[in-house]
Every structure is written in structure tokens, then in C-alpha cells.
Ligand binder design. Structure first.
Ligand SMILES: Nc1ncnc2c1ncn2[C@@H]1O[C@H](COP(=O)(O)OP(=O)(O)OP(=O)(O)O)[C@@H](O)[C@H]1O
Ligand SMILES: [Mg+2]
Length: 251
């Protein structure tokens, strides 16, 4: 059952420990925040600060050592493995740093994959895929295989695949990390448009100030802790102010 009032995401007291030789190391420490529906949040942090780990916990790809994640009012830990997998499939879209496309499936088939996994087929899937390919400027590439694409095209396929199932929550891990600047900006503009036109709730993790400047809100992750301050919102979200925060934080 979907809770109409619930935020897209609610995170409370999240910890992740990993064993390193004989001791436990905290990779994420006491992370709590809420993502209201329709918000575009960027979390910035240097390499090794825990960004990917956090995103995996938010999307239920890994389980936290302590604390809770609720997506759309549903507590992931309370769901059990089967229902959690179902929620992940239905409610969460992932954009991966290294694209993670299936190399021997065409662009069209890659984009259709989330719907196929849900058991959908036929005319409605084809129409939905064609509409998204048009929206993402991928019509000419529809029958190509991923190795034949440019980096920017691959990541646009990644974004199209992440949103085809109309997920409540879109999680993007350094989506421009492996792209040339122009291609990266293009991918971010698509995310921004999904957010502006469809009210897509988004968490973007990145170390790139230019990427973070597309969000509504920018927060900082340092050594596994989400800082209460600084926190940029509204007109304060711009590349110069983000740079100034990073300088102050010495990251
Ligand atoms: N399975 C694991 N076992 C042990 N340590 C791990 C494991 N996964 C991640 N780490 C460590 O946790 C820390 C955070 O890793 P994570 O990949 O989340 O960082 P990140 O912010 O995404 O970095 P990058 O910007 O380089 O992608 C790193 O020090 C990493 O070495
Ligand atoms: Mg990472």
C-alpha cells in the first residue's frame, strides 16, 4: 500500500560497517534525512567518502548495519527479501557510474528490460520504449548495441532504462563520471528535465560541482557522515557557492 503523505525517502540512523583485517570500520555513520516527493537532492563527497555505499543502501541493493530506510513509506528491512526485491524493481530506478548496459542487447532491448523483468510485453512496451527513445534523442541508435555508442549515448540509455518503469525514486551514482564534459552536461539536463516536467524525486551522488548545481539542494558527505551544514538550497545552489563550500570543507 502506498502512503500518499510519505516522503519519497526517509533515512534514519543509518550505519554501515565493513570488516577490514581484524577491525570493523564505519563507512557510513548515523545518516538521517528525508527526501520530500519531487525533490532533487545532490550529495557531494570526495572519493571514498561513502557515496556509492549510501546509494546502494538507499535503493536496497545492500543492507545497513543499523538504521532504517523507507521508500514511499515502506520500511525496507520490514519487507523481507521477496517484497524488497519487488519494491526495488517497481519503485527505484538506478543510473550507474559505469552504465551497466547489457552489451549484446540493442538499445531498444536495454531500455525495455525493466518492463520485461516485470513480465510486461506487447504493443504497450514497444510504444513506451519508442516514446522514451524519442525523448532522449536515441531514435537513430535504437537498433545499435551498446559498444557501438558514444559514452553520452550510453548514459542516456542508462537514464531511459532507469525511468521507463516510472520509479518513485531515481538514484544516480556519478552519472557523468565517465563522460566528456559536454556529454555529461547533456545527461544532467535530462535528469533536470525529468525532475522539472514529471516531478521525479532524485538523489544524485557526485564529486562534480557542475553536476550538483542542477539539483534543488546540495549536501555534503565527509568520512561517511552527512553534514548538517553547509546545506545549499534555492538560489544558493550554484557552482560558485558549491566550490566555496568545498574549499571551506577542504575537500
Ligand atoms: N565491501 C567493502 N569492504 C570493505 N571496504 C569497503 C567495501 N565497500 C566500500 N568500502 C570502503 O568504504 C569506503 C567508501 O566507499 P564508497 O565506494 O562508498 O565511496 P565513494 O564515495 O563512492 O567513492 P568514489 O567517489 O571513489 O566512487 C571506501 O574507503 C571503500 O574502500
Ligand atoms: Mg562511488
Amino acid at each position: 500500500m502506498s502512503d500518499q503523505e510519505a516522503p519519497a525517502l526517509r533515512v534514519r540512523g543509518l550505519y554501515k560497517f565493513q570488516r577490514e583485517r581484524s577491525r570493523e570500520v564505519a563507512i557510513l555513520k548515523d545518516i538521517s534525512f528525508e527526501l520530500p516527493r519531487g525533490r532533487f537532492l545532490a550529495i557531494m563527497g570526495p572519493s571514498g567518502s561513502g557515496k556509492t555505499t549510501l546509494l546502494h543502501l538507499l535503493g536496497g541493493l545492500e543492507t545497513p548495519s543499523a538504521g532504517a530506510v523507507e521508500i514511499d513509506g515502506k520500511d525496507l528491512a520490514g519487507l523481507g527479501e521477496r517484497k524488497r526485491a519487488l519494491l526495488r524493481r517497481e519503485a527505484v530506478g538506478f543510473v550507474f557510474q559505469f552504465f551497466h548496459l547489457v552489451p549484446n542487447l540493442s538499445v531498444r532491448e536495454n531500455v525495455a528490460l525493466p518492463l520485461r523483468i516485470r513480465g510486461q510485453s506487447g504493443r504497450s512496451v514497444v510504444e513506451r520504449v519508442d516514446a522514451l527513445l524519442a525523448q532522449f534523442g536515441l531514435v537513430a541508435q535504437a537498433d545499435l548495441l551498446p559498444p557501438q555508442l558514444s559514452g553520452g549515448e550510453m548514459q542516456r540509455v542508462g537514464v531511459a532504462r532507469a525511468v521507463i518503469g516510472e520509479p518513485k525514486l531515481l538514484l544516480a551514482d556519478e552519472p557523468t563520471g565517465n563522460l566528456a564534459t559536454g556529454q555529461g552536461e547533456e545527461v544532467l539536463r535530462w535528469l533536470r528535465r525529468l525532475h522539472a516536467e514529471h516531478g521525479q524525486s532524485i538523489v544524485l551522488v557526485t564529486h562534480n560541482p557542475r553536476d550538483a548545481a542542477y539539483a534543488d539542494e546540495v549536501r555534503f558527505l565527509v568520512d561517511g557522515a552527512l553534514l548538517a551544514e553547509p546545506r545549499l538550497t534555492g538560489a544558493d545552489v550554484d557552482a560558485a557557492k558549491i566550490h566555496a563550500c568545498l574549499r571551506d570543507l577542504k575537500i
